[in-house]
Design a protein around this ligand. Sequence first.
Ligand code: CA
Length: 335
Amino acid sequence: MRNLVTCVVCFVTVIFLLPFCFGAEPVRFIFDTDIGNDVDDTMALAVIHALQNRNECELLAVTITKDNPYAAPMTAVLNTFYGRPDIPIAVVKNGPAKEDGKYNRQVLELKDDAGKPRYSYKLSPVEQLPEAVAYLRKRLAAEPDNSVVLVQVGFFTNLARLLETQGDDISPLSGKELIVKKVKFLSLMAAAWDGRREYNVIQDIPNAQKMIDNWPTEMIFSGWEIGNSIQYPPKSMQDDFNYVKYHPVKDAYHFYRGLDNSQPTYDLTSVLYAVRPDRGYFDLSPKGTVKVLDNGTTTFEPSENGKHRFLHVNPTQIAAVREALIQLTSEPPQK
Ligand SMILES: [Ca+2]
């Protein structure tokens, strides 16, 4: 009898402690990226996979806003390298930034010592991949209510178009209604508060204006100054990725900026906030309203009912975030 009581007590204790051992439910999110312009989107994907290794998040899908045929294959290379080759990828149609850029095509064309493609991946031909807006409608409609975090680290094209959709055979809900019902919040890398015309905004100003004016959930902006103030050190880039002979993130950085330079962490910060919003990595501004002016600059006006906030960091947080990002980015695949 005493053994039975001991067993029951142990069982109850284990059940009670399980949530503390394994943390909260994974953050389920969709990553909307312009991969192939700046290179930080590749490191952001590395961070995502490392956080998913810890069961802190689940990457539901990647949607792409760079209208170039090498963007989806590069995404597939990274997802395959990190052991998750089947994550769905959907692409923008008639979108911005059609140029190849400095690293996607170059990485995809690399060969190994035997003369074969250095990185393998499985992906339908790009013209047969799902269109991003229809895919977003379908995916959101299928997800539980109030369960999805959106992370946008490129242009405003896909999510602005989603917002404008009407009910259809995928869902009777409009895009705005779907977002209200399914999306917890939007974490995005965009804007700047020093008068700068930030790249993600100025590539598609009309959609940036429409989306920021009408988006129905909370939007958390990681402005240009956040990723610029948290620089990824070249020493890590040079040394910490050598656990394999060929590393697609290291190759991408080699082509884009070289391995001897510090690397800004723009998109990585939006991922880190989306998955770990309560860890004190960043402080948040008061609520307010962001506006995109016609020249592409952005303003912020505090207001009690505003849906917008932006990240800021002090020197202690900069050091902590940099260290977290080094550890996460350079973690070897675990699948
Ligand atoms: Ca980006």
